[in-house]
Unconditional design. Structure first.
Length: 190
């Protein structure tokens, strides 16, 4: 998917008034920005017809709140709501296609942090979209650490933990690669 310009509902901290009572908290502000991925929006397991989630570039002035809420992807993108009413022509091809997502698998998973010392454990935490990305993430972590996943004494454990989020799409994955240097070589397959 090529990047497109959409008007998205960017989460910001602001003040609001409901029935004469004011308060402060997260509100959504319409912002036009570049989008690199689209996904169908779900509510209680049912697809929402008139809006989609967009992996949108977050301008600098909106990043502080999203960084504190740990909702940034790759440091400068976040999943935001894009309504069909505000983006009739731009969202029409995606809505008509019937696909569940566009361009999500093409986005980079950056910021790989490798730590291997005496414990010989490599961990990486990244914001992910689907469980199927765990295998790709495991390979990326192993490559960054210079570990061959097919070698003797290498075990991989990965899992996805949901994060408390208003959209329900933000998840965190944990990959642990353990290298046992004292492991016996595997028998060759015949």
């Amino acid at each position: 998917m090529k990047p497109i310009r959409l008007q998205v509902e960017m989460p910001v901290i602001g003040t609001f008034s409901i029935k004469g009572r004011s308060g402060s908290g997260e509100i959504e502000q319409p912002v036009e920005t570049t989008v690199i991925g689209l996904r169908r929006r779900e509510y209680n397991g049912v697809l929402v017809a008139r809006s989609a989630m967009a992996l949108a570039f977050v301008p600098e002035q909106f990043r502080r709140h999203l960084r504190e809420a740990k909702r940034l992807v790759d440091g400068e993108y976040a999943w935001c709501v894009a309504t069909a009413a505000a983006n009739k022509k731009s969202l029409a091809p995606f809505m008509a296609s019937g696909d569940r997502e566009w361009g999500v698998e093409e986005s980079n998973v950056s910021g790989i942090k490798v730590s291997s010392s005496k414990s010989n454990i490599t961990k990486h935490r990244a914001t992910l979209d689907e469980k199927v990305m765990l295998r790709v993430l495991s390979e990326a972590v192993a490559k960054a650490a210079g570990i061959d996943l097919d070698a003797d004494g290498v075990s991989v454990r990965s899992f996805v933990t949901s994060r408390d989020s208003s959209t329900g799409f933000h998840k965190e994955a944990v990959v642990e690669i353990t290298v046992d240097h004292d492991a016996q070589p595997r028998a060759a397959d015949e």
